[in-house]
Each structure stands twice: as C-alpha cells, then as structure tokens.
Design a protein around this ligand. Structure first.
Ligand SMILES: NC(=O)c1ccc[n+]([C@@H]2O[C@H](COP(=O)([O-])OP(=O)(O)OC[C@H]3O[C@@H](n4cnc5c(N)ncnc54)[C@H](O)[C@@H]3O)[C@@H](O)[C@H]2O)c1
Ligand SMILES: [Zn+2]
Length: 673
C-alpha cells in the first residue's frame, strides 16, 4: 500500500518538476495552470495524508524555477515567495479563520485587496533614488539579473521623484503585458509566420527574459508595484497599503484597483466586483490577492515554506482548461466561407461549459498541428469565442487522426476552392448552397443588381424560411398569392412585387453578371467582363488566361469567375433564370473607328500625376489598345510617369518610343473628341 503511495508521490513530483521547468525556465508551459494546480493539490493531499513522505524538495514546498545560467545571478536578501491559493469561498473563509485562531483575536481584520496580475514577479532596487538593479524571482532565493531589460519598461522610473526615499529600497511588483499589446504582438508574429505566445503571462515572461534588451524594448510591457523588500536608512509608513501609497509619491506605478477593506465580507465583495469587471480590465488577472494590512500582524503570522501566512491568492475560474478534441466539423458561413469547428469533450472554462471552438482555417490547423483525439488547451477570455491555443503533445494518443478538409461543401456538395494567398476556403455553390441562399438572393434583388423593387431582406428571409424559393430563379415562379401569404404583406404590395419582378427581367449583361454574386466581381468588374466578352456564353466559357486579359481582372478574380462557372449547379441556375425570361440588349463589338489604337501595345510605368493609373489603362483599352505589364520587343510605346525605373531603362535599350504623361493626355484627347 505505502509503496504504491510513494510511487504516486514520486511520479507527481517528477511531473510537476517538468512543468515547472517548462513554465518558469522556458516560458513555454505544456498544460494550463488549472491542470497544474490540480496536480499540485493531488500531491499536497497525498503528502498531508502521509507526512512520513514530506520532503523540503517537493514542488509543494518550493517557489518557481531555477534562474537561467545565461543571466547573471542575483541573490535576494529577503526571499521572494509565492502565495497560497484559495479556489472557493470556503477556502477563503478557512484562511480567515486560521488567521484569527493564530492571532487569538476574533475581531475583523483590515485587508489590502489587489488584483492578482498575471505576469511575473520582479525586484527593482533603487539606491539614492536611482534604479541600479532588477531581477526575476527565480527560485525565490536566486533570480536573474535583468536590469537593462527592466529599464526599457516605459512606466518604470529610472529615478525616484522627491527626496524622502530611503537610501536603498527594493520595490517588488509584477511585470505584465496588457491585452491589447498582447493581441498586437501575436498578430505581428502570426503575419511573419513566427511562433505566437499562448497567453499574456508567457508573452511577458518571454519578453522580459531576453538577452538582447532591444527586443524587450519593443514589447509592450508594464509594471505595477505591490510590495517592498530590502530597505536601508529610511522611513516608511507602518502598514502595507499606506506604504504602497507612499511609493506612488516617488513615481512608482500602482494598480488603480488596489483597495483597503474591513473584514471578510468586504473582501468577498471586492473579489466579486473585480470578477465581474475582469473582462473589461485592460490586462489579465487570475484572481485577487488579499493581504493583512497591518505589518505588525504580518510579522506575528510569518511564513510557511513557500508563502506568507498573511496573504492569499483567491483565484478566479480558469480561462484556460484542458480537454479532448473529439471531432472536427465544417460549417459553411453565409458567404460560403468554410470554417472548421472543433467538437470538444465539454469543459468548464472562463465561467461557462464549452463544447465547441473555432479552428478558423487550414493555416490555423497547421500552425497548431492538431489531430482528432488530441488533448488540447482551450482558452476563453471574456466574451471572446473559445480558442484552441495548444496541443498537449505528450498526451497524444497513438490513434490520433489527421484532420481532413472536405473537397466539397458539406451542405450543397459544390466544390470547395481555396485561392492561393487566401486563408479561407469557400463553397463555390453561391447560388444553390443552402447556407448562402438568403445572402445570394438578397444580393440578386439589390439595387445595383436586378433592382427588384419592394423585395426587401425581410421578405427574402420569409420566402426562404418557408421554402417557397431556393434560388433566385424561383422568384419568378411566385404568384401574387404566395406574397400575400407573407407577414405584413397586403394584396396591393403583393401585386406590385409581381410587377416589379416582371420589370426586373429586362436588364443588362453587366447587371446580370453582378447579380450572380461571384466573389470579388463588383459592379465595375462585371461591366468590364460584359464589355470584353459581349455575350454570357463567352463569359461562362472563358478560361482564366482569357479572363486576366479583361481590364482590372487579376489572377484571383479570374479564378473566382472560373470556379463559379465550373460549377454545374450554378450553370443550372443561370439557365433557369434565362428560361424565366431574363434578357438584355445585345452588345455589339466596337467598330473599327471607335478602336483607333487596335493592335497597339502600351506599357504604363512610374507615377502619374493627372491621371489615375487604372483609368488610363481602361481608356487605352476602350480605344482598342492592349496594356501590358512588362516591356518587350512587342511593346509599341512606354508611358513613363515620374520615378520610372527599370521598365524605362529597358524600353530605352530596346529603342521603344517613350511617352510622357502629357503625351498620353494628348493622345487620349485626340481620340475622345
Ligand atoms: N502550466 C504550468 O505548467 C505551470 C507550471 C508552474 C506554475 N504554474 C502556475 O503558476 C502559478 C504558481 O506560480 P507562482 O508560485 O509563481 O505564483 P502564484 O501566481 O501562485 O502567486 C505568486 C505570484 O503572484 C504574483 N502577483 C500578482 N499580483 C500580485 C500582488 N498584487 N501581490 C503579490 N503577488 C502578486 C507575483 O508574481 C507572485 O510571485 C499557478 O497559477 C500555477 O498554475 C503553471
Ligand atoms: Zn455549399
């Protein structure tokens, strides 16, 4: 029996040592704090029940982790300790009761209440008012010398204000990163393809413990003081809160939520108030710290191995938890975006039970390296949707399954396309996909599209919800009676709507192309497509190579257009629309004399002052010219704006005619009358 207990204790100690190393030394924990705390409590319970196995070496008795050898070491004359935790009101009451018993005094206590900032503890030494040394907590006795790094933190004074400070004073407090700074830092890292930080605490620790203080200087770090270490030759107020207030006179920053309260109930109210405001604070906190304010009482109470008896960290519900990824499903948004959604073993995190989390897109899945069956860390801070931040690789089961992206839409079975350079994959069945139906029809009816008078969003929603229509083509089958059956629709409006639908059948090719809601095909692009191809058949059959010839159409737009018409479902809707009588005036190819520049190829380079580059290109094309992106022997003339570079040199080498912007303006004027 007891060997079994010893084995369990040894195993837990080893596990916790490993986690301490990851967390304190490497700033890269592999499990969330809540899980770590559970393991520590398990160990503590075993040690309490089996005192013969207690050891001063146990993680239950120690503070932090060893100082990194790459930093110079600093010895703390007054040890920097940790704090005991309370996770519930009962545990907090027990703390209060223990103190009163130990003091043999049943009077209410005065507490200094402070948010428990989620960063890392540092010690900053001022000698004659000048910052001379800063160190991390390390294992509580030996920390790392990070003086140059701490000097880069904007709200840490390099010199104290006033003249009544002690000759030597060691200020202790927390270095942390506020939430906005953290989000920005991670967004930048993600853009560069660098590793992102899991949470603001690790970002702060990783930023502060850099050998190159230039890196630290770029990180949005902040400092709040919360206690005092060594003091020589100087006077300080006698109690904790009053001491903190004095620090602000000397220019040290103090958390504005710090508050003095009387008695247990007031401390509980403070906890509740801060908990309610947790998500609106600009920085992350993981609880509140409640300290006996009276220094004489603090001294009477003293310390246990790793923490003072006169303070407690009353923790908030965890914002990071650990759970299992059961499966991944793919949701189709109303614009066709395919989002992988994680189905999780339900877990209580950030105050609610979470069973789904977004995985955003394929890049995110690759970044996380997550597989189905994995144990994952879920983070839910404030009202932000829950995220998977990390995979606990050491707990990956042998049968973990790769996440497979579907090739076709789970709703309508159309192809899913993902254009290079875009993170999002999309269903191409814009007109038929149930998930996209309402948006597609609203767009179809909108003013710049078919302009169906009176067919507002609410009506479209009702028609789709009642399954009266599935695609835009179905609109034209509806009778007055169908409309009359809708909410707030009288016979007169119903009749008008039928007439409006009939009117809308007469349109233009450009408006029709626009109404189909092809991604990235706005009004102007639709117009260019119509001008270029003249008939719908030519547009639907156009290859991407043919499409990029159209003015303002690049690779991406071309791929969207091609992808749309490659989908048979979409073509079926187009056919149905034509069968319902949608029509437009035939477009004729421009005559010879409206195309005086036919057969000529121009290249535009440099900055134009009078003309907009795209307009200039479009006008040259209207006159029949080709506008190419690069100079070659086939180029007839180069139009060189200001600061023209290599294209100009090349054109000169090839002996190609060079035009200025003024020449171009004259050329356009000559042909436009
Ligand atoms: N995920 C992991 O693998 C892992 C590993 C080790 C530790 N941890 C986590 O670290 C924590 C335990 O670490 P700990 O002992 O360093 O510290 P702690 O967070 O439990 O409490 C002590 C620390 O609180 C900080 N603090 C913030 N505001 C304060 C205030 N107003 N007054 C005083 N102190 C304040 C100080 O830095 C101090 O050192 C636990 O939350 C644990 O879950 C996690
Ligand atoms: Zn679909």
């Amino acid at each position: 029996m007891s060997t079994l207990v010893l084995a369990q204790i040894t195993q837990l100690r080893q596990q916790l040592e490993d986690h301490n190393h990851n967390y304190y030394v490497l700033d890269n924990p592999s499990i969330p704090d809540a899980e770590y705390d559970r393991l520590l409590q398990q160990l503590s319970a075993l040690e309490v029940a089996n005192p013969e196995y207690l050891s001063t070496d146990s993680p239950t008795q120690k503070v932090g982790g060893a100082a990194l050898a790459k930093f110079e070491q600093v010895t703390h004359q007054v040890p920097m300790l940790s704090l005991d935790n309370a996770f519930s009101e009962e545990e907090f009451s027990a703390f209060n009761r223990r103190i009163k018993e130990r003091l043999m005094d049943n009077n209410e206590l005065t507490f200094c209440c402070e948010p428990k900032l989620d960063g890392l503890a540092v010690s900053i030494l001022y000698r004659n008012g000048v910052l001379v040394q800063a160190a991390t907590r390390g294992d509580g006795h030996t920390g790392e010398n990070i003086t140059t790094n701490v000097k880069t933190i904007r709200n840490v004074p390099l010199k104290l204000r006033g003249d009544d400070f002690p000759e030597e004073i060691e200020i202790r407090g927390e270095v942390f990163m506020d939430s906005a700074g953290f989000d920005k830092l991670n967004a930048e890292a993600e853009k560069r393809g660098d590793k992102v930080f899991v949470n603001p605490r690790n970002a702060a620790a990783g930023s502060l413990r850099q050998l190159d203080s230039k890196i630290t200087a770029k990180r949005p770090l902040m400092f709040y003081a919360y206690s005092i270490g060594v003091v020589t030759n100087g006077e300080l107020p006698s109690d904790h809160y009053q001491q903190l207030a004095k620090l602000t006179d000397w220019g040290l920053p103090l958390c504005p939520e710090t508050k003095l309260v009387e008695g247990q109930q007031a401390a509980l109210d403070y906890y509740q108030d801060i908990l309610e405001r947790r998500s609106s604070l600009k920085y992350e906190i993981d609880g509140v710290v409640i300290k006996i304010n009276n220094k004489a009482l603090q001294e009477r109470l003293g310390f246990v191995a790793r923490a003072p008896r006169w303070a407690i960290a009353y923790k908030f519900p965890a914002q990071e938890e650990i759970t299992q990824l059961l499966d991944v499903e793919f949701q189709v948004g109303r614009t066709g975006a395919i989002t992988p959604v994680a189905r999780l073993e339900p877990v209580f995190v950030g105050g609610v039970t979470v069973s789904n989390a977004t995985l955003h897109n394929r890049d995110e899945i690759e970044r996380l390296g997550v597989k189905i069956g994995d144990t994952v860390i879920i983070r839910r801070a404030g009202d932000v949707i829950p995220q998977i931040t990390q995979v606990v690789l050491e707990r990956r089961p042998t049968d973990a399954k790769e996440i497979e992206f579907p090739a076709t839409c789970p709703i309508c079975d159309s192809h899913i396309e993902r254009i290079e350079g875009e993170a999002v994959a999309r269903c191409t069945g814009g007109l038929v996909c149930q998930a996209q139906r309402k948006e597609a029809i609203k767009h179809f009816a909108s003013r710049k599209a078919l302009d169906i008078d009176g067919l507002g969003d609410k009506i479209v929603e009702q028609l789709v919800d009642r399954e009266l229509i599935k695609t835009p083509a179905d609109l034209f089958i509806l009778k007055q009676g169908h409309f009359e059956s809708l909410e707030r629709m009288g016979p007169k409006s119903a009749k008008n709507l039928v007439a409006a639908l009939d009117d809308a059948k007469q349109t233009t090719l450009a408006k029709f192309l626009y109404s189909l809601g092809i991604r990235e095909v706005g009004e102007a692009t639709a117009q260019n497509l119509a001008n270029h191809f003249l008939t719908l058949d030519k547009v639907t059959a156009a290859t991407t190579e043919a499409l990029v010839e159209v003015s303002d159409v690049g690779e991406i737009v071309a791929k969207h257009v091609r992808g749309f018409f490659a989908e048979q479902h979409n073509l079926d809707v187009v056919t149905a629309l034509l069968e319902q009588g949608i029509h437009w005036p035939e477009l004729t190819p421009p005559s010879e004399d409206s195309q005086p520049l036919a057969g000529l190829t121009y290249v535009l380079t440099g900055t134009l002052n009078e003309l907009n580059r795209n307009d200039a290109k479009a006008r040259l094309q209207q006159l029949g010219a080709k506008v190419s992106g690069s100079v070659s022997a086939k180029t007839d003339a180069l139009i060189a704006g200001e600061k023209a570079g290599s294209k100009l040199t090349k054109a000169q080498d090839l002996g190609i005619e060079i035009l200025t912007e003024d020449d171009l303006i004259a050329l356009l004027a000559q042909h436009n009358g």
